[in-house]
Design a protein around this ligand. Structure first.
Ligand code: FAD
Ligand code: ZN
Length: 473
């Protein structure tokens, strides 16, 4: 590869002002968790699909790999370049236009760099709900959400990013443009290329635009914090909530006491309802009915949960502002962890059948306590989807950075053995990236891995797109 010739070509493709090589590029080169600090050959910021295609063509011709990036909020190191200084970082951030809204078809077409919150707002302005929602929504992009098949807090009702998407526009590893921007809900014309791209973490194609499903705006919502004595009680509450609320159940998040203690420590200005609870559930219902109807059903559910001893206490939000405040507490957990003076945690984003969760946590907590006395589990997540963020913080006084370096593999073995023994997954919603590259090789079935390699080889034979993410090489 001739670096200067490539840079000239890239400047020709997108204009010199959008090819960054000097200055502080850490916004692109350092990930959100500050765990992976790469060095890009250049940061390239195309403004159109045609420019993305040109960049990929130039890079492929020079034998240079391309790392696509949206909002750089990914948690597995997949969206930052490696340390070689030989990868081109392709930022989609400038491609953030809403291209079209089709109200009769209940769809919206946006460019990949559109920030999730801006997309939600565009949908709301048109009188619709775009239900994908996660704590990073102020900076993550729809392209990144689709590339990681992001989950978030409304999966239980509306599904993950994949289920919001009807069509894609993608630049292939050869620099061709695939226009798959269909708004069809039915289209069985061969292999599903859209679903192949979704969740591929930038390794099979670069998403440049998407056509997304919109939902009706709910007429009313009800939100509560509910205290539970055990995780098994939280699961019983979930069952009851499903029976009583059915499709109106839109949120069921669980938070362990240690996670909420961390939020209180980092953000003392936030409310702390139900301070003594071992487990707190954030429960939400939404409906097209009236405020009175949804609240009535919600209150009857809480009453039944208290009477059966499934819940110990509950605090119901009395206003939209109070409901937002409760969500804010839940969404502050990742940031509280990132800021904690104690240093980094060993993180796990796991999923299990809901019926196996309480047993998994009891077993794994005990195994980790035996191996690492005094360590604490910052445990929270989307219980309604069987998804926990099960993170280990070392005992007070231990150097967390050194603990991470020395013990991460051993901790992962304990956690992932227990997850797989119960039919779970080592990545529920964050993806594989570089963090779980080797773990996946060891733990996914050889038949599945062989099919994945064959797909990668067919679509990206020269390894131009995000090499060494998801699959080695
Ligand atoms: P990036 O971080 O830029 O990239 C992520 C991956 O996608 C990389 O592999 C990158 O190469 C690839 N990529 C990005 N854009 C494209 C594109 N246009 N085409 C092809 N590949 C692309 N995730 C959840 O699922 N649920 C949560 O609840 C959740 N909460 C979070 C809370 C916080 C505070 C943070 C920081 C992250 C959270 N995440 C969560 C992680 C989640 O993966 C990201 O927030 C989001 O989906 C990534 O979007 P992004 O635009 O930032 O992508
Ligand atoms: Zn999550």
């Amino acid at each position: 590869m001739n670096r200067d010739a490539l840079l000239d070509d890239l400047r020709g493709a997108v204009g010199a002002a959008q090819v960054l090589v000097d200055g502080d590029l850490s916004a692109y080169e350092l990930d959100w968790r500050r765990r992976w600090h790469g060095k890009a050959l250049a940061v390239v910021r195309p403004g159109s699909t045609a420019e993305v295609a040109r960049v990929v063509q130039r890079c492929a011709a020079h034998g240079t790999s391309v790392v696509p990036q949206g909002g750089n909020t990914g948690l597995v190191g997949g969206g930052v370049p490696d340390a070689s200084g030989r990868q081109v970082l392709l930022s989609l951030a400038r491609m953030n236009r809403v291209r079209a809204i089709d109200a009769a078809n209940a769809t919206l077409t946006v460019e990949a760099g559109c920030v999730l919150k801006a997309l939600q707002e565009a949908a709301a302005q048109a009188g619709f709900l775009f239900p994908l929602s996660l704590a990073a929504e102020g900076s993550c992009t729809i392209g990144g959400n689709l590339a990681t098949n992001a989950g978030g807090t409304q999966v239980l009702r509306f599904g993950n990013a994949r289920e919001q998407c009807l069509g894609l526009e993608v630049v292939t590893a050869h620099g061709d443009v695939w226009d798959g921007l269909s708004g069809l809900r039915k289209d069985n014309t061969g292999y599903d290329l859209r679903d192949l791209m979704i969740g591929s973490e930038g390794t099979l194609g670069i998403i440049t635009a998407a056509t997304l499903k919109l939902q009706p705006l709910p007429a009313a919502q009800a939100t509560a914090f509910v205290a539970c004595g055990t995780l098994a009680d939280c699961v019983a509450l979930l069952q009851l909530a499903r029976q009583r609320l059915d499709a109106a159940l839109t949120g069921f998040e669980v938070m362990g006491r240690v996670a909420l203690d961390l939020v209180a420590q980092q953000f003392p200005q936030l409310p702390r309802p139900l301070p003594g609870a071992a487990w707190t559930v954030l429960l939400e219902a939404a409906d097209a009915e009236s405020e009175a109807a949804v609240r009535g059903r919600f209150e009857r559910l809480l009453q039944a949960a208290l009477e059966r001893g499934v819940a110990a206490d509950a605090v119901l939000a009395e206003s939209v502002a109070q409901a937002r405040a409760l969500w804010h507490v839940r969404e502050s957990i990742p940031l509280a962890q990132a800021q904690a003076q104690e240093g980094p945690n060993i993180k796990h984003d796991i999923s299990l059948p809901v019926s196996a969760i309480a047993d998994f946590v009891a077993h794994t907590d005990a195994a980790l306590q035996a191996a690492y006395p005094g360590s604490r589990l910052v445990n929270f997540g989307h219980l309604g989807d069987g998804n926990l963020h099960y993170n280990l913080q070392p005992a007070p006084g231990r150097d967390a950075q050194r603990f991470l370096e020395q013990e991460e593999d051993a901790v992962n073995r304990i956690v992932y053995d227990a997850v797989l023994a119960r039919g779970g997954s080592i990545s529920a919603e964050h993806g594989i990236g570089v963090l779980k590259l080797h773990e996946l090789q060891q733990r996914k079935s050889p038949v599945a891995l062989a099919m994945m390699r064959a797909i990668k080889q067919a679509l990206d034979p020269h390894g131009t797109l995000n090499p060494n993410r998801v699959l080695p090489g």
